[in-house]
Design a protein around this ligand. Structure first.
Ligand code: ATP
Ligand code: MG
Length: 334
């Protein structure tokens, strides 16, 4: 059983052109003990999906359809009020994008932890603080000093690590991290992700890590999901997807990442630009304009995300073998 089952999730934002989907009909499972990496270019809908998992899509946005079933919690999209506040942070730990700025500037980190504990009716606040101190120490911080500090006394990288401590401290079973290491240099990035992996393993969490750095995530995730234009276009076991990408977009993303291909010369940026809400294709495949494999049907019929091999899904009209053997970055065929 999966800890988290996302089904048919559609999230819309109100724009001058009306309500438009930033996430369309997304389905995803997060299983206990597995880290799923979610990658895709800027604007593909990763953060919107993460916010929807916590029923925290800000106005002018709304969950237009679908469900997010979390074990022991129920359908998060149906929760409100106190139940929702308890689920957020309690059952589901999270770090939102750019959340290094979301600490309260007027009070110390330690007091904010106590507030968090009280709002979640934690009986043993002393144990909560001890756990936070230990997690902070493991993140390479001086735990006690951090607890006594105000936000302005800490660097962006320190705040980011504290954000992860907050996400973990209530013993959530599900962990959602949106760009958790962007304020960190490469070395601290790797060590923070290693610690996330350790805590994840110790507690058999179900973890989703969002990043546009496919190289960084490839070191620690078990599964990989790829988003484009609001759609999940491919997913599967991480190493298998990296070795055998069967969606042209996945293939192009990997080809553009020297850290994976090991070949800086050959790494080529994906030509063209990702779509936004107003420019994304309404009919057919969202990737067809940039796709070197596109054929006539791609302009007319939207491909469904379907299982083509055990554990592997893809949303593409072109045969997997054709994508696998073809050359990414070649000029469009049509
Ligand atoms: P990034 O890698 O830059 O963080 P992302 O994959 O997280 O990008 P989202 O932030 O989820 O992408 O945005 C998805 C789409 O929704 C984008 O086209 C974005 O412009 C649009 N969008 C996001 N927030 C809003 C909003 N509040 N109102 C209108 N459109 C929005
Ligand atoms: Mg984002």
């Amino acid at each position: 059983m999966s800890e988290v089952q996302v089904r048919g999730l559609t999230v819309e934002y109100q724009t001058t052109a009306g309500w438009l989907p930033a996430v369309a009909d997304a389905g995803l499972d997060l299983r206990a003990g597995e880290i799923t990496g979610l990658v895709g270019e800027s604007g593909s809908g990763k953060s919107t999906l993460a916010l929807a998992l916590l029923n925290a899509v800000p106005a002018p946005g709304r969950i237009a359809a679908g469900s997010v079933e979390v074990a022991g919690v129920g359908d998060v999209t149906k929760l409100g009020g106190k139940q929702l506040r308890k689920a957020r942070g309690g059952a589901i730990g999270y770090v939102f994008q750019a959340s290094q700025n979301s600490l309260n500037p007027l009070t110390t980190i330690g007091r904010q932890l106590l507030d968090l504990g009280r709002s979640h009716e934690v009986a043993d606040l002393r144990a909560l603080i001890a756990r936070a101190r230990d997690l902070a120490d493991r993140m390479g911080l001086d735990g006690q000093r951090v607890l006594d500090s105000y936000q302005h006394e800490l660097s962006g990288g320190m705040r980011q690590r504290i954000g992860i401590v907050f996400a973990l401290v209530l013993n959530a079973k599900v962990l959602i991290l949106d760009e958790p290491t962007t304020a960190l240099d490469m070395l601290s990035q790797a060590s923070v992700l290693e610690i996330v992996r350790k805590v994840h393993d110790e507690n058999q969490l179900s973890t989703l890590i969002i990043t546009h750095d496919i190289g960084a995530i490839s070191e620690i995730a078990d599964r990989l999901a790829v988003m484009y234009g609001g759609r999940i276009v491919e997913d599967g076991p991480l190493l298998d997807v990296l070795r055998r990408p069967t969606h042209p977009y996945t293939k192009a993303l990997i080809g553009a990442t020297a850290r994976i291909t090991g070949d800086v010369e050959a790494a080529r940026a994906l030509p063209g630009r990702p779509p936004d809400l107003t420019t994304v294709a309404r009919a057919g495949c969202v990737f067809r304009d940039r796709c070197p494999f596109a054929v006539a049907v791609c302009a007319e019929v939207e491909p469904e995300l379907a299982t083509w091999e055990s554990g592997r899904r893809r949303a593409c009209h072109v045969e997997p073998s054709t994508v696998l053997s073809g050359t990414a970055g070649a000029p469009a065929a049509v």
